[in-house]
Design a protein around this ligand. Structure first.
Ligand code: TXA
Ligand code: MG
Length: 367
């Protein structure tokens, strides 16, 4: 099926195949991405195909659809429909200076979006797409200014969730997608999170289950000069550097940061979060309801806490990242006076986890 032919029979996309394990359905659309995607579990019932079809029709008509990705849920609109994109800013109460990521389902979409693909970008796309890496490149004039906040660049990523790849295919156009949360609040990692926060303001929620990575994509700028890391995320910096060499870490700029998601306070719950606190000061919190967020099982003082969330008992970064936003959300629901949180070792995915923790606590500091 070629680009723009969306809207036909969904079974054109998903055909049973004899090559794969029993109880699975092969994903023919994967061929469009130039590499095989994992096959889909049988849990993908007809109702899921119908949901994707319905969601695609809504996108085509200029509506808003929350969609699953491997990182967090996004709030989608047709990237080439400025009115639909404007509604995203309204619903999220997002400042117009904060540009959006454009999600694509196959490489041919890049022709509509960027003027060139530098060799570093090609290598990273080859290695990490579909996956949690966003690449900022020089945009084509046709990309609406509302998408890029008037910047000469556009952020592009090919997500890994098969439902969303199919959604983009059927919609026949790249889809912009900020995280599906009110601006500044925690990103959603389940369809319920989206429903709780934005449910009555959007047209459809495509439920693709729990997000497997749990923190947003890594953003790297390759639009000019040396490669720059704008946001640590689901692909560790070390893995990127192993392919394209040293990457600079973009400084936080006053007023208009290079990636506005890098604002000092972002990804934040309502309850204040304190990072890297001192056990000695704990007595001053007597009489207060305090929650604890730890990486591994806490060693002591369990009794002092109203509630404890452990991100990964075995100290695994992947598990910790996948649990991060949901764990903070659960603590945030308990009407605590304070959440005490611990940072994790600053390597691999730990860099993205610490970045989100620092921003959730409002600490201005570079990872
Ligand atoms: O994992 C993700 O990236 C998720 C899923 C839904 O794909 N999306 C996401 O979008 O986190 P959002 O809007 O919450 O964060 C996008 C970040 C913002 O910090 C924005 O400033 C930055 O990307 N960004 C977008 N376009 C940019 C550009 N042209 N130059 C620099 N930064 C850009
Ligand atoms: Mg966001």
């Amino acid at each position: 099926m070629g680009e723009g032919e969306g809207g036909g029979d969904l079974w054109d996309f998903f055909t049973p195949s004899g090559d794969i394990g029993e109880g699975e359905i092969s994903f023919v659309g994967a061929a469009l991405c130039g590499r095989p995607l994992r096959s889909l579990p049988q849990a993908w019932a007809m109702k899921d195909f119908e949901a994707i079809h319905q969601a695609a029709e809504i996108i085509k008509k200029g509506g808003l659809v929350a969609f699953p990705t491997e990182t967090v849920y996004g709030l989608g609109a047709d990237a080439f429909n400025p009115l639909a994109v404007a509604r995203i800013f309204e619903v999220k109460r997002r400042p117009y200076f904060d540009p959006l990521i454009v999600h694509i389902s196959h490489h041919a979409h890049l022709e509509k979006l960027v003027v060139e693909i530098p060799s570093h970008a090609k290598k990273l796309m080859e290695r990490f797409w579909p996956g949690p890496l966003t690449i900022v490149l020089t945009k084509r004039e046709e990309v609406p200014d509302i998408v890029t906040s008037g910047l000469p660049t556009v952020a592009v990523r090919m997500p890994r969730h098969p439902m969303t790849l199919s959604l983009i295919e059927l919609a026949g156009s790249p889809i912009v997608g900020p995280s599906a949360n009110p601006f500044g609040y925690l990103s959603p990692t389940t369809a319920e999170h989206v429903r709780d926060q934005l449910g009555d303001q959007i047209d459809f929620i495509l439920d693709g289950g729990h997000c497997e990575v749990g923190v947003e994509s890594t953003i790297i700028s390759l639009s000019e000069g040396k490669p720059k890391l704008l946001r640590p995320g689901g692909v560790p910096l070390e893995e990127i550097e192993s392919i394209i060499g040293r990457v600079e870490i973009a400084p936080i700029e006053e007023g208009r940061p290079s990636a506005p998601g890098m604002l000092p306070r972002h990804y934040a719950p309502r309850t204040p979060i304190l990072l890297d606190w001192d056990e000695k000061n704990f007595n001053s919190k007597k009489g207060k309801k305090v929650g604890l967020l730890t990486f591994r099982e806490p060693k002591k003082s369990k009794k002092k806490f109203h509630s404890i969330e452990v991100l990964s008992k075995k100290g695994d970064f992947r598990e910790a990242a996948a649990n991060l936003f949901a764990a903070i959300r659960r603590l945030d629901m308990l009407n605590l006076d304070l959440i005490l949180a611990e940072t994790v070792p600053e390597a691999g995915l730990g860099r993205a986890i610490n970045d989100r923790l620092r921003r959730a606590s409002g600490i201005i500091s570079q990872p």
